[in-house]
Structures are given as structure tokens and as C-alpha cells.
Design a protein around this ligand. Structure first.
Ligand code: ADP
Length: 493
């Protein structure tokens, strides 16, 4: 056990022990009072216990809500009318009963009862020292307020020291904040106590009148807090919607730009061909047509990828889980990619024990195809693209390695973002769109897999994909702004 924890335990133990000693003394002294207590004592005591169960909610900074109880009014009424000893007993019962009902841990129950006992003991001492008597007079008023101040000071200090030792908060700042809070709540509660006593002396049943405002404040603050929380939630939704709207605008702007770029070059090549057909030689015409063809390819690819993004984000694509052979799947991908290789070799390593998997073949195919194609696109000719499959806990890890120039360290996470391209000129040259890895990640999410960039340096990059033995039952994400974004984007396409 470290020394901070030991100090905390010693402190908690000391407060509990001091509270126990004060309560024991109170039993010895207060038992007599209890045996001859009048009806209004029991009425106030009953209200004190009940009040502990019906807190008043007080909003604090940062949407925090604190609970205070009217029990302090009744506790001080008992203190003024009957002295500290019986008050400590009744308060101990009320505090323990309420804390146990709220299922607080036993040490907290005892600590709370202990701080109450110690603070009420000191308050009683102050009250008597300032000439407060069991008959309420104007002298009792000053004594009551002084006793209230002692109670608050001691209570706040003991609790703050506990929080300081447990959570390491700044003690002076915490004490000041708590005192600031008590400064406007406690006087209201404590100042009511002489009124309760005076009313009770007139007629015991008048005590019950104090229950009405207490109950009204309880329900009123409860409602107010619920409303405040509702407003905060609405404000949160509003902020979220504003942010989504902004994202949507950005997205539409980026998409329009991305679509316009290849279209503009196609138009440029065609216009040049139309206007200068006779002046151009055959080689120039062919080169212009090839360039237009490459750009149309890029445009088609971009539109296809945007449609994939849209389907992925709107969750309209169901999962089709079957038992698949990784050997066959990777052989297909290699066959598809071979025409795009420039002397690249493929090295596929699959141990026999992980050759079969339950997953969505179409989606896994697309992820591996994108990763391996990137390996070809972004690495020099005649290099090797390696795919390794390794068993892992509850699944397999597929790693796609290349011998390309790598991705700068500070952009490792960014490459998974929509439209992110490390170097636009290279990406353009190889026909990239900046959507490949984004799609891979979304697809991975859809099949319950996880994709990350395991390594990327001057010797090459290594993307790893953990695929679970079987995908989770429901992979639907909660509705976010993304689907709406994608839908509006599809419409504009
Ligand atoms: P793109 O369609 O442009 O290839 P991706 O989302 O697949 O889009 O990749 C995003 C960016 O990450 C690419 O523009 C490229 O700069 C970089 N990148 C992706 N894979 C690799 C890789 N294997 N080696 C080096 N850079 C890569």
C-alpha cells in the first residue's frame, strides 16, 4: 500500500473513530433527554430523518448538480431546543439510514455519520458558549448562526481533506469552493431552525408546517434540474447538428472539387482535339485520347468509391457471412491485380490452420484488394508485396507489406480520413482518390474487424487487419450524421 493511500485510511479511520466517540458520549448524555422528550421532539426528529431521503437539488458549475437536504434545519431545531447530544443521535440515525438506502459503501456511511457527529458536537459547544439556550431568544439567534458557521466549517473541512487525500485536488481551492456553496445554502437552512422551535413551542403540530415548504422545494428543484438537463441535452444536439451541417457543407465542397478536376481535364483534352484535330499528329492525338481515358477512369473510380462510401455510411449493405477460404480469396485478389503490377511480385503466406474464416467475403475482398493495390501503386516497380496471415486470439491478423517509400510519421492516422492524400501529385499520377483507406476502415468496422498502420518507414509500409473468427451479430452503428451526409452527396452525384 502506498503512503498516500495509508494517509487516507488513517484520516478516514480517525474521523470515524472521533465520530464514534462523540456519538457514544451523546448516547450517555442524550438518553435521558430522549426518555422524556415531548411530542414535538419526535415530530422534528421524524422530519429530519424523512428530509434526508428527499434532497434539494442545487445546480453548480459545469452542469453539475449537488444535493443538500433540509435536514440541517431540523437538526439545528433539535440542537437549539434539546442540546447537541440527542441531535447527534437522531442525525446519526438519519444519515446512516439514507446512506444505506443509497447503497453507499460502508466506510462512506460511517465517515458521513462521523463528520456529522463531530461537526454537530462542535456546533453545540459553540451554541452553548455564546449563551444560546433551549428557549429561543434574540441571543439564540446570534448563537445559532455562529453554531451554523462552526458546523459548516468543520463539515466542509473534513470532507475536503478526504477528497484531497483521495483525489489529489487542490485543498484550498476545494475548501473555498465548497464554503462558497455552503455560504448561500446553509444560512437559509439554519436560520429556519429557530422558527421551527418557536412554532413547535406554540403547538407541536405546527412543526408539520415546515414539511410543506421542504417538500415543495424538493419537487420544485427536482423539476428545475430535469428541465435544465433537458435544455443541456437539446443544446448538445443543436451543437451536434450544427457541426454535422458544417461537415456536410465541407464534404459537398470537397466532392464537387474532386469530381470537377478529372472532368475539367477530360473536357480540356476533348476541346483541344476538336479544335486542333488537323494540326495535331497521330501520336499527339493518341496521347490526348489516352490522357482523357485515364481521367475518365479516375472519374469512374471516384464515383464508384463515393457510392461505396454512401452505402457504407447509410448501412444499407447487409452483412453476408459465409465460410471462406483465405487462400482462394487472396488468389483471386492477386489475379485481379496482376495486370496493374509493374514487375511487382506477390508473396502470400497462409499457414494451413488459419486458411478458413467466417466473414463477409465481399467486404474482406475489397479491403485486401485496396491495401494490396496501394502496395503496388505507391511502391517502385519490381518490388514485392507480401501478405502474411497469422493466428491471433479469437481471429486472424492479415498483414499487407510493401517496399515503397512509406508514409511520414505525422500522417499515419490521417491517411484513413476521407479524401486524405499524402502527396497529391503522386496520388493523381497513380489514379488515387484518397478514399481507399477510408473505405477499408469503414468496411473493417462493418465486419467487426480492425485496420491499422502497423509500420511505415523508408523501407516500406505494413497495414494490419484483425479479422474476428466470426463477425459480431449486429454491426449496425448508431445513426450518426455520416449517413445523411452520404445520402445528400449521392443525390448530388
Ligand atoms: P488513394 O485512393 O489516394 O490511394 P487511400 O485512402 O488508399 O487513397 O490512401 C491515402 C493516401 O495514403 C494516399 O494518397 C497515399 O499518399 C498514402 N498511402 C496509402 N497507402 C500507401 C502505401 N502503401 N505506401 C505509401 N503511401 C500510401
Amino acid at each position: 500500500m502506498n503512503s498516500a493511500r495509508r494517509t487516507l485510511l488513517v484520516f478516514l479511520g480517525s474521523v470515524i473513530a472521533a465520530g464514534g466517540a462523540v456519538t457514544a458520549a451523546a448516547v450517555a448524555r442524550g438518553a435521558g433527554v430522549l426518555s422524556s422528550a415531548p411530542l414535538f421532539f419526535w415530530l422534528i426528529a421524524a422530519l429530519l430523518v424523512i428530509a434526508e431521503f428527499f434532497p434539494i437539488y442545487v445546480p453548480r458549475r459545469e452542469q453539475q448538480v449537488d444535493e443538500i437536504t433540509v435536514s440541517s434545519s431540523f437538526a439545528f431545531a433539535l440542537l437549539i431546543g434539546f442540546g447537541a447530544a440527542p441531535t447527534i443521535l437522531v442525525q446519526a440515525i438519519a444519515s446512516i439510514a439514507a446512506d444505506v438506502a443509497r447503497r453507499k459503501p460502508w466506510w462512506k456511511v460511517l465517515f458521513n455519520a462521523g463528520t456529522y457527529a463531530v461537526s454537530l458536537g462542535a456546533a453545540g459547544f459553540m451554541y452553548a458558549a455564546l449563551g444560546g439556550t433551549t428557549r429561543v431568544t434574540t441571543v439564540s439567534l446570534a448563537a445559532t448562526l455562529a453554531a451554523g458557521a462552526v458546523f459548516v466549517l468543520l463539515n466542509v473541512t473534513l470532507v475536503s481533506v478526504g477528497v484531497w487525500l483521495a483525489q489529489g485536488v487542490s485543498l484550498p481551492a476545494y475548501v473555498l469552493r465548497e464554503l462558497g456553496f455552503e455560504a448561500y445554502t446553509m444560512p437559509v437552512l439554519v436560520a429556519l431552525s429557530p422558527v421551527i422551535v418557536v412554532a413547535a413551542e406554540r403547538s407541536p403540530l405546527l412543526v408539520l408546517l415546515a414539511a410543506a415548504p421542504a417538500a415543495a422545494v424538493h419537487w420544485g428543484t427536482k423539476l428545475a434540474v430535469a428541465n435544465a438537463q433537458l435544455v443541456a441535452r437539446l443544446q448538445g444536439s443543436l451543437d451536434e447538428m450544427t457541426e454535422l451541417n458544417r461537415l456536410k457543407d465541407d464534404f459537398v465542397a470537397v466532392v464537387s472539387h474532386e469530381l470537377r478536376t478529372p472532368l475539367t481535364s477530360i473536357q480540356g483534352y476533348i476541346k483541344t482535339l476538336v479544335q486542333l484535330w488537323t494540326e495535331l499528329d497521330d501520336d499527339q492525338r493518341t496521347s490526348f485520347l489516352e490522357a482523357a481515358d485515364r481521367q475518365s477512369d479516375r472519374l469512374r473510380r471516384l464515383i464508384e468509391q463515393l457510392l461505396v462510401v454512401s452505402r457504407l455510411e447509410s448501412h444499407v449493405e447487409p452483412l453476408v457471412v459465409t465460410r471462406i477460404s483465405l487462400t482462394r480469396l487472396l488468389a483471386h485478389v492477386v489475379d485481379e491485380l496482376r495486370p496493374r503490377a509493374h514487375g511487382h511480385t506477390f508473396d502470400i503466406r497462409i499457414p494451413p490452420e488459419v486458411a478458413v474464416l467466417d466473414t463477409d467475403e465481399g467486404k474482406l475482398h475489397q479491403i485486401l484488394s485496396n491495401l494490396m493495390e496501394n502496395g503496388l501503386k505507391y511502391s517502385p516497380a519490381d518490388t514485392r508485396v507480401t501478405v502474411k496471415v497469422e493466428p491471433s486470439l479469437h481471429g486472424v491478423v492479415l498483414t499487407v507489406q510493401d517496399e515503397g517509400p512509406g508514409i511520414p510519421q505525422d500522417q499515419h492516422d490521417k491517411v484513413f480520413e476521407r479524401f486524405y492524400q499524402v502527396d497529391q501529385s503522386t496520388t493523381r499520377r497513380v489514379g488515387g482518390t484518397g478514399l481507399g483507406l477510408y473505405i477499408c476502415r469503414r468496411m473493417a468496422d462493418a465486419i467487426g474487424a480492425r485496420l491499422w498502420l502497423a509500420r511505415s518507414d523508408a523501407t516500406g509500409s505494413e497495414f494490419s487487419l484483425f479479422v474476428p473468427e466470426r463477425p459480431p451479430e449486429a454491426v449496425e452503428e448508431p445513426l450518426s450524421g455520416a449517413p445523411r451526409l452520404a445520402q445528400s452527396m449521392t443525390a448530388s452525384v
